[in-house]
Design a protein around this ligand. Structure first.
Ligand code: MN
Length: 335
């Protein structure tokens, strides 16, 4: 029997099914959970989704009301995990990924556990597991479950929409290396089942506010500074400038990536004045251009090689001056 038929048999045999996913919910953890939930419902069974924390804001348009949250309703989750005889572990492969509070409940639960995941180095806690480390996303594996258990005919828009979202968000809109020919085969099945992909892209991408676009336009037009010898781009925004464009949290998040989309640009630095200090965001491309060292050594910060954060208690002009001096020491110069 293939593993997916075994999983379906467990679903059919279970009296109380709980679906869990990792902490810091993302498009794939939420999408695969909802897709599996609606699939189980289509099989005439019930399930409860228990997540450590709420879905990210950009998924507000998906119906997530069925998800019970550990950080809002721990007693309910505790009761569900105790009552469960089957627990799905989606998009994670180590019990600590659900956060300490839910980890205890998961480890103490007597239910059979089925892991469906695509991350490397799985722990050996589940009763049954699908660990496909080359799969683009867990949502893709849920489509495999639906098909290979012999139920492709039940796939519909309700099941398919969150699964499409999971695949889309985990693959950077189908551009990452993790996309396989099979990913597109799976996507074709979702479209054939009625998923309206154009509406999903609209919900996920066409979300700008007028003031955010005007702030970005101002930043690009009036504030962009490029150090051409190192190919490093910088933007600074004072609190007055932010206020003028009615700055809302998140409005400057895409600026650094926009700067990195300039052909040949190696690094982007965006900072804004907040509560009297400069909050600095560093982004770069390639292992040879780490930004976390600069962030750590001079801006009381750190992070990953290509994405780091830091701060400065100098003025806007003083911070720019410090960056102009340091950048040639951290990035190779070409003439
Ligand atoms: Mn994932």
């Amino acid at each position: 029997m293939n593993i997916y038929k075994e999983i379906e048999a467990e679903i059919q045999a279970a009296a109380h099914i709980v679906i869990t996913a990792h902490k810091s919910a993302d498009g794939d953890s939420v999408g695969s959970s909802l897709g599996l939930l609606h699939f189980i419902e289509k099989l005439g069974k019930k399930a409860v989704v228990c997540h450590p924390d709420k879905a990210p804001d950009f998924l507000y348009w998906l119906d997530t009301t069925a998800i019970i949250l550990m950080d809002e309703n721990p007693e309910e989750i505790s009761a569900q995990m105790k009552k469960a005889d089957l627990i799905f572990c989606l998009d994670y492969n180590a019990t600590n990924r659900v956060g300490p509070d839910m980890q205890v409940l998961l480890e103490e639960a007597t239910a059979k556990k089925i892991m469906i995941d695509h991350h490397l180095n799985p722990e050996d806690f589940p009763t049954l597991s699908v660990s496909e480390t080359t799969a683009s996303s867990t949502a893709q594996l849920i489509v495999d479950l639906i098909e290979q258990s012999g139920h492709l005919e039940v796939l519909d828009e309700k099941i398919g929409t969150p699964l499409y979202v999971g695949i889309l968000t985990d693959t950077g809109s189908f551009r990452f290396n993790s996309v396989q020919a099979h990913t597109h085969e799976v996507l074709a099945k979702l479209l054939a089942a009625g998923v309206e992909h154009h509406l999903i892209h609209e919900q996920l991408n066409d979300t700008n506010t007028e003031s955010r676009l005007r702030l970005q336009g101002y930043a690009m037009c009036e504030k962009l500074e490029i150090l051409y010898e190192q190919n490093v781009a910088m933007i600074s925004l004072s609190k007055e400038e932010l206020a003028k464009y009615n700055y809302q949290k998140g409005d400057t998040d895409s600026l650094a990536n926009l700067l990195l989309s300039i052909k040949g640009m190696k690094a982007a630095i965006v900072f804004k004045e907040k509560d009297g200090i400069m909050k600095i965001s560093f982004r770069s491309k390639g292992e040879e251009n780490p930004v976390n060292v600069l962030a750590k050594e001079h801006f009381n910060g750190g992070g990953h090689a290509n994405a780091a954060g830091g701060m400065s208690d100098l003025t806007v002009a003083g911070t720019l001056e410090k960056l102009r001096e340091l950048i040639p020491q951290y990035f190779s110069t070409h003439y």
